[in-house]
Write a protein that binds this ligand. Structure first.
Ligand code: NAD
Length: 261
């Protein structure tokens, strides 16, 4: 018996990157998968590629900024698989911009995707998880929720909000057998991360420096995040709730960065 056999998981933003990595790990463990992504092209491509492993993968185009779109996705999930066991709130964007240049549109867009999205998705899966008296909500936060950098105010505020919301939701939903946890990844090799490297003025140097920040001298892969998400989705994590787990290869363990240590 695989660890997620007969479980249904909604993964937002699973068209690519960390969300896709989580979907692949869940699929290996036998889960039914809903890819809830706003990007139609990436969503269908991922659906077709993952269907080579299992037929139980469906892409439902979803914009987590829109409550109607989320409601439609949840209703269709239940039509297809008749249950919802795991919600992974992964869809997210970043804005790295100075306070002078950041706009109210940047604020609204990021907060609506990265913070309001997880709130609304959790709200709309709740009736089904409540009926089943069981469920696991996994929020993909960031190490920026714990310690951050200049010019990341909006992203850091959203992810800090996700961590705080995770704790409160865990307290609210524990009585229904629903567990809520957050994974706070560090640098993770995704298209988004690759683009950030490309945009830097010296890709090779930046990549070398990034790796050097890590105790393990390399950054995470989407599969690393997926493996932890699998654990949080299973009964092995039956007493795990309200946790914000940093998964960053040891970046946050260091007191400060110096060429001497
Ligand atoms: P990515 O840009 O590679 O993929 C994000 C996916 O989310 C895309 O498929 C995109 O289409 C989808 N998406 C964006 N807006 C959406 C919306 N409104 N509705 C539905 N889907 C939407 O990003 P990634 O690097 O895989 O990041 C995934 C999550 O992990 C994000 O929440 C991000 O903040 C977090 N994270 C990433 C890193 C990293 O280094 N890559 C580190 C820490 C946290």
């Amino acid at each position: 018996m695989r660890r997620l056999e007969n479980r249904t998981a909604i993964i937002t933003g699973a068209g690519r990157g960390i969300g896709r990595g989580i979907a692949e790990c869940f699929l290996k463990e036998g889960a039914n998968i809903i890819i809830a992504d706003c990007n139609q092209e990436e969503g269908f491509k991922t659906q077709e590629e993952l269907r080579q492993q299992s037929e139980n993968v469906y892409f439902i185009q979803t914009d987590v900024k829109s409550e109607d779109s989320i409601k439609n996705m949840v209703n269709r999930t239940v039509d297809i698989f008749e249950r919802i066991d795991i919600l992974v709130n992964n869809a997210g964007i970043t804005v790295f911009e100075t306070l002078e240049n950041a706009t109210i549109e940047d604020w609204d867009n990021l907060i609506n995707i990265d913070l309001r999205g997880p709130f609304l998705c959790s709200k709309h899966v709740l009736p089904y998880m409540k009926k089943q008296k069981k469920g696991s909500i996994i929020n993909i936060s960031s190490n920026h929720a714990v310690a951050t950098l200049p010019d990341t105010e909006i992203y850091a505020a959203a992810k800090g909000g996700v961590n705080a919301m995770t704790r409160s939701l865990a307290l609210s939903l524990g009585r229904y057998g629903i567990r809520v946890n957050a994974i706070c990844p560090g640098f993770t090799d995704t298209p988004h991360y690759r683009q950030w490297l490309e945009d830097s003025n010296n890709k090779e140097r930046v990549e070398r420096e990034v790796k050097n920040l890590h105790a393990l001298k390399t950054y995470c892969t989407p599969e690393d995040i997926g493996n932890l998400a699998v654990y949080l989705g299973t009964e092995e994590a039956g007493m795990m709730t309200g946790e914000n787990i940093v998964l960053d290869g040891g970046v946050a363990a260091r007191l400060y960065h110096s060429k001497y240590c």
